[in-house]
Every structure is written in structure tokens, then in C-alpha cells.
Ligand binder design. Sequence first.
Ligand code: DAT
Ligand code: MG
Length: 139
Amino acid sequence: MATNRTFTMIKPDAVADGNIGGILKMIEEAGFKIIAMKYTRLTTDLAGKFYEVHKERPFYGELVEYMSSGPIVAAILEKDNAVEDFRTLIGATNPAEAAEGTIRKIYAKSIGENAVHGSDSDENAEIEGNFHFSQYERF
Ligand code: DAT
Ligand code: MG
């Protein structure tokens, strides 16, 4: 299991607002190496599968609709302690609670439209990276 990798998406609101460059700059300056990256758009089916763990939660429908509403940037990132360090860099789910200087504090609009995804465990980082990328798309 690759404990030095995590998976991220720059979400539709951040892409639409022209924040891809700003967010990637923060990610690179924090010492993450980009292993795989693509500009793509999730269908509602794919977004539903990606967030299947949240199926029973009241915001699931809204989340799936939002995540398929426009293009995203998906990426696999590498760094020592990647999952935990990336969660620290992005900040709390709700930007109102996110620490100063975090990506969500700077770029997120709300708890739903919160600019970026970050895996919550090594196991999910592996699953989520495999969801978006083949072995031939990793460098
Ligand atoms: P995180 O993205 O910080 O891992 P999560 O896994 O609990 O947060 O939820 C996944 C996404 O679902 C989150 O990024 C935004 C959305 N979401 C979470 N809680 C929500 C809520 N109370 N209302 C609306 N959307 C929510
Ligand atoms: Mg999560």
C-alpha cells in the first residue's frame, strides 16, 4: 500500500472561478509531486459511484449533481505522509471552520462547494486514484 500518495480533485466551482492555477501552485509549494493529472468531467453516474460511501447522507443528491456540473481536475499526489499532510493543506470541509492559509479557507464558497477533494485514508487514496487513472497515466 502506497502510504506516500493521495488523490485530489479541483472541484467544479474552483475550476469555473479560474482557480486551477492558484490551487496547483499551493499544492506544489507544499511539496507534493504530481504523479498523474487530468482535466475531465464526471457524469452523474460516475459522481454517484465516487461518492457512494455518502449515499445515505442527506446531501448526497446535491453532491452528485454538483460534482457532475462542470469540469474538474483530478490528480494523484506524492509526498511523505501524503494523506494527512494534504488534509491539513486543504483544511476543514466547511470553509467557515477551515484554518487560515488553507486551500478551502482561501478558495471554497461553502460546505458543499468547497473547492477541493482530498482522500481521507491510504486505502481510499488507492481506490480513488484507481477510479480515475490507469497505470499508464502515472509518472
Ligand atoms: P471531505 O470532503 O472534507 O472529506 P466529507 O467526506 O465528509 O468531507 O464529504 C464529502 C463532500 O460532501 C464534501 O467535500 C462536501 C459535501 N458535504 C459534506 N457535508 C456536507 C453538508 N453538511 N452539506 C452539504 N454538502 C456536504
Ligand atoms: Mg471525505
